[in-house]
Design a protein around this ligand. Structure first.
Ligand code: BTN
Length: 346
């Protein structure tokens, strides 16, 4: 399906079926009568039933009961861009949200849209968000598991900075995600250089920044964020389970994904402005407070084919360009740019 048709734009003209679903989600677990829905939307009860059938065909579990009406299960967890926007205190991040229940990759869609739209058509801060992805992408050419219950979003940014500063920007995005997890849920989340967010040493979120650049200036950065929010670890491939966690797994209950998305955007906007004004330097003391493995022995591995190189040392911090500082056994320091590198504790 064409990307333009796939996504619903908020704020914007919302289809009747979505309004019905919104009303059912507001009263999750209890019936809403066809009459009430008809009055609300000023359409007949048969017309409501027609829309309900469309939603059912799309896989929304709606129960229809004679004389009672319609309901969705208490546990139904769908993203609600209208609710996200109601919680925003930003001036541009998330002020336009493009939402779809399912896509291949929100980053791919965002890059495609950015390539064919002017900044007026696709303003900075526009967010693409999906309930699931079928071809989610991670760093280093890996795939990103994207089952229902996760958060899969891509933010369109237009930083007028040199492409060499984009890796530092992705650290800022990871820091915003870790901070939002702490603020909304009280869970201590760390930033693992360059782009991961960890809880108790296990990955809970990842950031993938992709860019379009012209000459020396970045025209668009697509900041992709994946958060393992509400799913059991059993849905992940066995090899990933030991290294991965989800927010619902950590808390023993589902989390409100809409509040978390709003908080990520609210937290990121001032950080992004600071980054544009003064780079990473002023933010570094805050980022380093939550930098995983600081002061600990780590191994850095170059994953690019043909040059498998491994370095070990003590993780000392990050420099203002977003490079990792490794203290080597001979007392010297080595600086690593994100590129094709992976980092592990020793
Ligand atoms: C990583 O840790 O390797 C980065 C993961 C980034 C995943 C997100 S989910 C939303 C966006 N769309 C994608 O295909 N990838 C990013």
């Amino acid at each position: 399906m064409d990307v333009h048709e796939k996504y619903l734009k908020f704020p914007g003209e919302v289809p009747v079926k979505w309004k019905i679903l919104g009303r059912l989600l507001d009263s999750r677990g209890t019936f809403v009568s066809g009459e009430e829905l008809g009055d609300l939307l000023q359409i007949s009860r048969p017309a409501i039933w027609k829309q309900i059938q469309i939603l059912m065909r799309e896989g929304i579990p709606i129960e229809a009961a004679h004389r009672k009406g319609y309901r969705v299960p208490e546990s139904l967890d769908l993203l609600r861009p209208d609710q996200i926007q109601a919680s925003l205190v930003t001036s541009f991040l998330g002020r336009a949200i493009l939402y779809t229940r399912e896509t291949g990759s929100t980053n791919d869609d965002a890059k495609l849209l950015a390539g064919e739209s002017s900044p007026d058509e696709l303003p900075e801060g526009t967010v693409l968000i999906a309930d699931t992805q079928s071809r989610g992408k991670g760093r280093l050419g890996r795939s990103w598991q994207s089952p229902p219950g996760g958060i899969f979003m891509s933010i369109i940014l237009r930083p007028r900075v040199s492409p060499s500063r984009v890796p530092a920007l992705s650290i800022v995005v990871g820091f915003a995600v870790a901070s939002a997890i702490k603020d909304v849920l009280g869970l201590f989340a760390e930033v693992k250089w360059p782009n991961d967010v960890l809880i108790a040493g296990r990955k809970v979120a990842g950031v993938l920044c992709e860019m379009r650049a012209e000459l020396d200036v970045t025209s668009v950065v697509v900041a992709g964020i994946g958060v393992n929010a509400n799913f059991d670890l059993e849905v992940l491939p066995p090899l990933l389970r030991d290294k991965t966690t989800s927010l619902s797994w950590e808390l023993g209950r589902p989390v409100d994904r809409n509040s978390l998305v709003a908080s990520v955007l609210n937290t990121l906007e001032p950080l992004y402005m600071e980054f544009l004004g003064g780079g990473l330097s002023r933010l570094l003391p805050r980022v380093e407070k939550v930098l995983a493995y600081t002061g600990m022995p780590v191994r850095i591995q170059n994953t690019s084919p043909g040059s498998p190189e491994v370095s070990e040392g003590i993780l000392e911090g990050i420099d203002p360009d977003g490079r990792l500082i490794l203290g080597l056994p001979d007392g010297s320091r080595r600086y690593f740019s994100a590129g094709d590198l992976s980092l592990r504790p020793v």
